[in-house]
Structures are given as C-alpha cells and as structure tokens.
Design a protein around this ligand. Structure first.
Ligand SMILES: O=C(O)CCC(=O)C(=O)O
Length: 265
C-alpha cells in the first residue's frame, strides 16, 4: 500500500497527494535523453510556443520507453490506493511531456494559468505529474489551489479545449490568490483530482523544468472504453451493467468472471 487510509482521505478532502517514493533516477535519465533527442529530431506530434518545441504529445504511442514511466509499478501502486484495482491510462487527456522552459511562458498566463483538467466530477480522472527535473519555486513549481476540486462548475471554457480556466469565470474570483507552490525533486510524483485548479509556475531560471503529465481513471463498470481512448494498465476491464444479470454466472463469492476481460499487471 502506497498511501495510508488517512492520506487517501487527505486526497479526497484537499484534492492532491505527493507520492512518498520517486521514479528511479536511471529511468528518469534515459527518458530525459529520449525527450531531448526527439525534440532535436522534431519527432511528431509536438507543439510549438514562439517557434520552439514546448511539448511532445501522445507519449503512449512514441518510444516504448515512455511506457516504463506510464506503467511504473510505484506509480500504479499509488494510483491503486485512489482508483481501486482496475485502472486505465487515458490517451486523449494529457499523455505528454512539457518543457516548461523560460522561453515557453505564455504571456499573461503565468505558466498555463490556473485550470482544471476536466469539466465535471462525474468524470473522475487522476492527473499525475512526473518531474524529469527538480521542480522549485525558481523553476516554476506546480501551483495548486487545495480543495478547489469542490468548487462547482459554472460555465464552459471559451477556447473549445478540455478542462476549464479559472480566470475566465468571475465566480472563481479571489481563488487565484489561494494557490500554493508544490516543490518536488527529480523523479517526484504528484497526483491530483483533475478538477483541482492548478498551474505551472513562472520559470525564472535559465533552464527548462520538464514534467510528464498523465491521466488515469478507474475502469468504468457500466461503459466499456472504445478502443484507442484508453489502455488497461492494471487489473481488469470489468463490466457490471444489470442488463447482463440474466446471463451472469452463478454468484461465487466476489467473482463474476463471466463478463470480465483477463487480468492485467
Ligand atoms: O507542469 C506543471 O507544473 C503543470 C502541467 C499542467 O498543468 C498540464 O500539463 O496540464
């Protein structure tokens, strides 16, 4: 077990947790070298800010080395304490590495500006940040507004993108001042409720502060995920819809294996 019962309650209350373990540094070194090579070689897909690569997208489908982080047992053990035994990795939310360099700041937005990664509590996603560089206030540590995942939805974002932006909605005025910087070491892992308002800080150092952003959720027992949207990284793709009751195998303690896919991880 990665987190105690009290820590898991802390996550529900405050919306975030820092993992006590780190991703081993030899793996971080290898992944960071790969990121640098892919940036130099301009391997698609990527995003530009001011003509410079600021982010590499679709990590799952790039070099298999990225999956060593996405499916790292330490990370999945931490997630299992929050999401239960059946976990999917989402390909269409996050799934990227960001440079967060001094050259990549979006004017007027202080990092990315406080935002949520999803719209509603009924689509619970855990966002995971893995730091490839030490993340300090100087290098633009992630800022979180503790408890802000409890704030209600007020309106859609204007940019047509995913999640929502705090600065766009006057109902959230005043909360921008409540953000706290969360410093983490290289290899450190931060988990948060995707409704928690957060932002990269402003990087005032001369160097990049790379982080990987990943999204996970529990297997939805009422709706099998269409192929390509997610990958099962632990447990089983279970189905528990009551339309299947008539054909369900006889109750055998906790086992209804008849409708479930094979176990993973
Ligand atoms: O790197 C950070 O500190 C924040 C990243 C983030 O908010 C994102 O990728 O959506």
């Amino acid at each position: 077990m990665a987190f105690s019962y009290d820590q898991r309650a802390f996550f529900q209350l405050n919306g975030y947790l820092v993992a006590s373990d780190r991703i081993p540094l030899p793996l971080i070194d290898k992944v960071q070298s790969l990121v640098r090579r892919e940036i130099d070689e301009k391997v698609q897909p990527y995003r530009l800010v001011g003509g410079e690569v600021s982010r590499l997208d679709q990590l799952w489908d790039r070099d298999p080395l990225y999956r060593e982080i996405i499916e790292h047992p330490m990370l999945l053990d931490a997630l299992q304490d929050i999401l239960g035994p059946n976990i999917e990795f989402l390909t269409r939310r996050h799934n990227h590495v960001t440079l967060n360099g001094p050259r990549h700041q979006v004017p007027g937005r202080g990092g990315a500006g406080f935002h949520r990664d999803s719209l509603q509590w009924s689509r619970p996603i855990v966002t995971v940040l893995v730091y490839l560089d030490e993340s300090t206030v100087e290098t633009g540590a992630t800022r979180l507004i503790p408890g802000s995942h409890h704030l209600p939805y007020v309106a859609m974002p204007s940019d047509g993108g995913g999640g929502n932006h705090l600065a766009e909605h006057e109902e959230y005025a005043g909360y921008a001042d409540q953000g706290l910087a969360c410093e983490l070491p290289r290899g450190g892992v931060l988990l948060f409720n995707s409704l928690l308002f957060h932002s990269a800080g402003i990087n005032r150092s001369p160097t990049d502060r790379m982080s990987i952003t990943l999204g996970y959720r529990s297997v939805d027992e009422l709706q099998p995920t269409p192929p390509g949207y997610a990958h099962l990284v632990r447990g089983r793709a279970i189905y528990r819809g009551n339309d299947a009751d008539a054909t369900r195998p006889k109750w055998q303690g906790d086992i209804f294996s008849g409708h479930d896919a094979p176990e993973r991880g």
